[in-house]
Design a protein around this ligand. Structure first.
Ligand code: JJW
Length: 464
């Protein structure tokens, strides 16, 4: 390697990430009960092509093969999630030994391969039995989560170095309970705000269990963040960006680091008659010290104040006035898009990282997700030339390097994702993997991005 600007610290945790429902399959075997995603995906019209996670990447049965791929890639860390309904089929109480054995085997294989296991406790697949009792709308669910978390600490805590409580609480509340796009597919903003509070409470209660039982690892949350850059320096555009950051980023991170919800967001919800159901002591539980913050970043953009933007495009003006208008921002930019339609905005990654440093006192960060949808298929020779994905990662790794030099406390980066997998409401139509999966044959084929990432890890950086 040539002397390069892009040399990362030794010990930087390069890795990849996946989640249980998206890769495991074996939905009905060995005592696993349905989660809300099984129910949602099996409901016609909810997921593209009627796809479900029944088989997915069959990783429940191909765990050796997948760990071998991780070894070949050379990662230092692997972030996976635990299926609650596989390890605790009734949602609470008794453990399923077969479910535990699967994750035990996974972490043992990772250790043997010299790869650090990182486990996410909740990646959206709530046991359906708990949803039948109200799910996350029911405050009790937060206490059930803490009990489940405790059981996982006991079963796997000696082998899991890093724990993430909740993955992308914005998606698990807003997309799932207000926008109806993810399971359970409901559309009620007030309920989404309640769910968000219970997810935060669940996080806090799990951290409390983690401390009380003196676990050896580290723990934190894994929210998704966006960056909103003001379209102009007009104060209305700046204010619109602040609203966007409140809604997407601060809603979940302020409670953890500042022990309170963002005032502006609370005020805008209050206009709609919506209030998070905060009980005495909740904010102290939620605001307990964590060891690190997981950050999922995919996109962002230039944002302008909605009303002024609408005046510039009068045709849209009245369509956009709905209950969310107090929160809404309009993105305007001609960025190149990935195959899922998201803008590629690597500067936003740099900006949001330095923003996190300044806003929350430079917390230790682990990039728990970053990656691109690139649907390139194998060519006649079997080669998968996913140049768009390489370009996406390259730009974001450069931004990561700049953030490190700007003083951000960055500990690692787990690319989303190891494998093409079940991309939620898009089913198998959107591919995020460094490894191509043929969903007919389950054949795995490392893509060009896999080779690129392998080299980056081996050399600890890259030449431009
Ligand atoms: C936002 C759509 C209107 C997953 C969003 C839609 C409508 C304002 C990828 N991360 O598969 C965010 N992913 O399981 C977890 N992250 O809004 C892992 N975020 O917005 C990946 C989708 C997402 C989203 C999807």
């Amino acid at each position: 390697m040539q002397p390069s600007d892009f040399k990362f610290p030794a010990g930087f945790l390069w890795g990849t990430a996946t989640s249980a429902y998206q890769i495991e399959g074996s939905a009905d075997v060995d005592g696993r009960t349905p989660s809300i995603w099984d129910s949602f995906a099996r409901t016609p019209g909810r997921v593209e092509n009627g796809d479900t996670g029944d088989v997915a990447c069959d990783s429940y049965r191909r765990v050796e093969e997948d760990v071998a791929l991780l070894s070949e890639l050379g990662v230092k860390a692997y972030r996976f999630s635990i299926s609650w309904s596989r390890v605790m089929p009734a949602g609470r109480g008794e453990l399923n030994p077969l479910g535990i054995a699967y994750y035990r085997r996974l972490v043992d294989l990772l250790h043997d391969a010299g790869i650090m296991p990182m486990a996410t406790l909740y990646h959206w697949d709530l046991p359906q039995v708990l949803h039948d009792e109200g799910g996350w709308l029911n405050r009790r669910c937060a206490y059930d989560f803490a009990q489940y978390a405790r059981a996982m600490f006991d079963a796997l805590g000696d082998r899991v170095a890093v724990w993430f409580t909740i993955n992308e609480p914005w998606c698990a509340s807003m997309l799932s309970h207000a926008m109806g796009m993810h399971a359970p597919g409901e559309k009620d903003l007030g309920n989404a705000v309640t769910v968000a509070h219970h997810l935060l409470l669940a996080h806090g209660l799990a951290v409390k269990e983690f401390r009380r039982t003196e676990q050896p690892g580290r723990i934190g949350m894994a929210p998704n963040v966006e960056w909103h850059e003001p379209y102009s320096c007009h104060p209305d555009d700046v204010a619109a960006c602040e609203r966007g950051l409140d809604w997407f980023n601060r809603w979940f991170i302020d409670p953890i680091y500042h022990g309170r919800y963002p005032q502006g967001l609370l005020a805008r919800y209050a206009v709609l008659g919506i209030h998070p159901p905060v009980e005495d002591g909740d904010m102290a539980i939620i605001g307990q010290r964590t060891d690190l913050l997981g950050i999922n970043y995919y996109t962002g953009g230039y944002t302008r104040e909605a009303i002024r933007a609408m005046l510039a495009t009068p045709a849209d003006a009245f369509q956009q006035i709905d209950a969310l208008r107090h929160l809404q921002t309009v993105n305007v930019a001609g960025f190149r898009k990935t195959d899922i339609g998201w803008d590629i905005y690597a500067d936003g990654f740099y900006k949001v990282l330095t923003w996190l440093k300044d806003e929350y006192g430079n917390p230790p960060l682990l990039i728990t997700e970053n990656g691109a949808c690139d649907n390139t298929e194998p060519d006649a020779t079997g080669r998968v030339d996913d140049a768009l994905r390489i370009e996406y990662h390259r730009r974001h790794v450069i931004a990561l390097d700049r953030a490190l030099r700007s003083g951000c406390d960055l500990r690692g980066y787990t690319a989303w994702s190891l494998l093409d997998n079940f991309e939620w409401a898009h089913g198998y139509s959107k591919r995020f993997g460094l490894v191509h999966v043929d969903f007919q044959t389950q054949q795995r084929t490392p893509k060009e991005s896999f080779r690129w990432y392998q080299r980056l890890i081996r050399e600890g950086g890259f030449a431009v």
